[in-house]
Ligand binder design. Sequence first.
Ligand code: NAD
Length: 515
Amino acid sequence: MTLEPAEGDVPYHPLYINGEWCDAQEERRFLVTEPATGEPLARVAQASHADVDRAVAAARHAFDKGPWPHTPHYERAHIIHQLAQLVQERSSELAELESRDGGVPIRKTTFNDIPLGLHMIHVFGELARRSPYEPLPWNDFPTVSWNFVWRDPFGVCAQIIPWNYAFCMAVWKIFPALATGNTVVFKPSSLAPLSAIELVRIIDESGLLPRGTVNLITGPGGDVGEYLVGHPKIDKVAFTGSTEVGRKIMGIAAPHIKKVTLELGGKSPSIILPDADLDKAIDGVLFGMFYHAGQLCEAGTRCFVPNSMYDEVIERLVHRTRQLRVGDPLDLATDIGPLISFKQRDTVERYIALGREEGANVVIGGGRPIGEEYERGPFVEPTIFANVKNRSRLAQEEIFGPVFAIIRYDEIGDAIEMANDSIYGLAASVWSEDIQQAIEVAKRLRTGTVGINEHHVLNPYAPFGGHKESGIGREMGVAGMLEYTEPKHIHVDFQRHRSGKIWWDALLPPLDEEA
Ligand code: NAD
């Protein structure tokens, strides 16, 4: 990994503004550490408001005066595919960096996160090839005309991402914006910013984008993030993070009527139907729940199980969970790494205590794994609660950790009702061998994504986003790309004679000689 210049024994990452790597104006820096060990990984520039101003001015200039918004769509597509090629060459470094920075098991980053991010870049390149021209149906009222919609880029986009899935998050923010001709001021989370910074470094080294098209600022969300969102020269805000911060962002964006897309929290249900193949469903719902220690927005944290098979399902979940290995994220044998921070572990442990107080019972886990290798990081055992009530806080609030709530149901209709009884509506999965029945259930779930016999179904061709308080708008797919455009109706009128125009009847009196 070529992270220059190095400061002390860890690399230092400046800001990236107008095509230059530069220190923050006040020369402040913050330290990024490995969650698993607490070891320092890098120092990162901490932007001030003045730096945000500079980054926004650079993106504004690149949009208002630069070539990118007017670069033909097929050329933008070509550049995006070239960038994908450069990312591919660095895949294994990126996977290791993402594992160290986010505490993500190396099997996940190597076989899922980086290849998925790469696939997404190519798909955005492919979608960028679509012409921004959309013909409209023939319309001869009031006169014969040719009508079409032209898709303008939005302008300068503020993009803020969380620490989890950081590389994919960076990809699915930056590339659809570029594909549609926008310019960007991008801010990763201070907890795990490194793979996103590395992506910006790849973009910079490619020399393929005009100066100021992509700008990077780093620093605390409550300060520079908030200032960026409220900046009057920003046209659109694309935010991924918690529902709590999303609410704030909507408020900050409101005075300027900024366009906002929000990808927020979740409490996604997995519904096991009575005819499910349990060999598949048990492992599937555990994958839905414990992938990345439950630190995924669409994690299937509530599992609905028919009363008739409840005891068997609990027994089998416990058996398979016992086989999950918690440990060093860089070890290929590890299934579950640490949480992102000790603060997050406190939150998770508070919810485990709350679950007990609410009367649910822990059937496995509930504590910290014991051993020297767990002493330096915020590890928590994968934990399953049985006999959870759907109205309890354990089942209603996003925990963002490895805490699984198993809820009984009698009739499928009850399961659907409880699954929908949540402020969130991000994702769901339905486990059944009767696909027709599973589709009927999927149609009744108020969530943006439903996997049938699968969870974590991120597909770059499909729209991803949430109903209810899980967000506004969509990312990925054509719908996600269109969120970065303003539709403009262009009407070309074919009526050649003034007297045939609508004016004649509707407003202007005939000319004297024509009367
Ligand atoms: P967070 O909301 O604390 O922070 C997200 C980002 O916002 C970070 O970059 C942070 O620095 C910044 N931020 C914080 N306060 C801000 C403010 N007042 N103004 C502007 N920016 C601010 O979330 P997190 O802990 O980093 O991530 C976990 C959350 O993200 C979970 O709730 C998870 O469900 C959600 N998430 C959602 C999706 C999705 O696609 N729906 C994907 C991943 C994560």
